[in-house]
Design a protein around this ligand. Structure first.
Ligand SMILES: *Cc1c(COP(=O)(O)O)cnc(C)c1O
Length: 230
């Protein structure tokens, strides 16, 4: 299936639902992103600041760039002027830096809090308790250039539907808890970003509002260099 065809197929599938497609374009060249753009796709996910910064000027301005990978604080400045949403906020220090860089550009940057829901040791993210502590703090209340729009999680890489369902339900529960405790009056707090190529159907069934799909659209990723954190 071509990129255009798979974008159309996802759009058909999601039509009338409360769920949006984020096309994960990491490692793929801008030519392929343009194909998806031509099919009407506007939201793209990248996991490295440098890669996003390099691609963004090559594409139309109405592309919405979503940072979905672990972001080091010293890299925030590269994307602060244009990034649409940072989905991978996993510490207060990072949130403070996003706020600081957003202020420099007179912007409010949309953020999702990333939660640790997987079995695997390597996944980044907060626990519910850490997030509650963060959101209760006085320092958080002083941040005027970030907007917390919801939660994000990466499930375990497993075939077990039971395990995946459990993890998606955990994230849904975290969302509901935070919504009730901190964001009941804030309509902006509405996103549950979960589901990837292999598990998006299950994620949608469990209430995902953003599926992050890469290989099912762009094909397999070919890492020619060792992926590094950024
Ligand atoms: C790469 C990536 C995806 C997309 O993965 P696919 O399996 O290619 O759909 C989704 N979320 C995050 C955080 C990623 O890093």
């Amino acid at each position: 299936m071509s990129i255009q065809e798979s974008i159309h197929e996802f759009n058909d599938r999601l039509k009338g639902s409360n769920c949006q497609l984020i096309a994960v374009s990491k490692t793929h060249p801008v030519e392929l992103i343009r194909e998806a753009y031509a099919a009407g796709q506007r939201a793209f996910g990248e996991n490295k600041a440098q890669e996003m910064t390099a691609k963004s000027p090559e594409l139309p301005e109405d592309v919405e760039w979503h940072m979905i990978g672990h972001l080091q604080t010293n890299k925030v400045k590269y994307i602060a002027s244009f990034v649409h949403m940072i989905q991978s906020v996993d510490s207060f220090k990072l949130l403070q830096e996003i706020n600081k860089q957003a202020a420099k550009h007179n912007r409010v940057i949309n953020c999702l809090l990333q939660f640790y829901i997987a079995e695997e040791e390597t996944k980044f993210g907060l626990s519910l308790e850490e997030a509650q502590q963060l959101l209760r703090s006085q320092e958080f209340k002083t941040l005027e250039n970030v907007r917390i729009c919801g939660v994000m999680g990466v499930a375990t890489n497993t075939d077990s539907e039971e395990e995946l369902q459990h993890e998606f339900r955990t994230l849904r529960h975290i969302f509901d808890t935070l919504k009730q405790e901190f964001f009941a009056q804030q309509d902006d707090f509405k996103e549950i970003s979960m589901g990837m190529s292999s598990d998006y159907q299950l994620a949608i069934a469990e209430g995902s509002t953003m599926i992050r799909v890469g290989s099912a659209i762009f094909g397999n990723r070919n890492y020619t260099t060792t992926p590094s954190n950024s």
